[in-house]
Design a protein around this ligand. Structure first.
Ligand code: SF4
Length: 177
């Protein structure tokens, strides 16, 4: 990947931060998956979430088929971070940016794997588990659903994700060849 070219394209987006990463620096942990299973209402309701995405080992194998990638982060200020509805509403803009950046990366990479935030919200009702995903090319599993410690990665790259106050930070990972 021509990083200079990609960085020039990234300048068009309101990113809080971005970092080029290598997959060998990613840390996978079953305890992340444990949180999905025990604390997330989306668990078992979407093709983008566990258990549909496979075991952590299977997810790791999919990720390690790539050598490098790009982590992007956005920040949005809300009036009250405790207001879950308002906080989650900021996700749509992040997802739109993730989609556009993925398309740019795909211009120079024959294969990409994008992991993003929360669960997939493309369809009013997910087909899981009765029928295949309607839009597999647009469905980005959640980074955490793969067992990846995204905060660890952010820390390693000096990205301050505990912005504090009423700031909401979202991360995506776009792997490429
Ligand atoms: S694109 Fe539709 S069917 Fe596929 S995971 Fe998302 S909501 Fe479910």
């Amino acid at each position: 990947m021509d990083r200079e070219w990609l960085e020039a394209r990234l300048a068009d987006f309101p990113l809080y931060a971005y970092a080029f990463i290598t997959t060998d620096e990613l840390r996978f942990a079953d305890r992340v998956r444990y949180i999905c299973a025990h604390e997330c209402p989306m668990y078992g309701t979407s093709w983008a979430c566990p258990p549909a995405v496979g075991t952590v080992e299977e997810c790791k194998a999919k990720v390690m088929a790539f050598r490098e990638g790009l982590m992007i982060a956005t920040i949005t200020e809300v009036s009250d971070i405790a207001n879950i509805e308002e906080t989650l509403a900021t996700r749509a803009d992040h997802e739109a940016i993730t989609r556009q950046v993925t398309a740019i990366v795909a211009e120079r990479s024959p294969r990409t794997l994008t992991l993003s935030t929360e669960s997939c919200a493309h369809c009013a009702r997910c087909t899981y588990p009765d029928a295949p995903c309607r839009h597999p090319e647009r469905m980005y599993p959640c980074v955490e659903s793969y067992g990846i410690l995204v905060t660890d990665l952010a820390e390693r790259h000096g990205i301050d994700f505990l912005a504090g106050g009423n700031l909401v930070t979202w991360f995506s990972l776009i792997l490429f060849e």
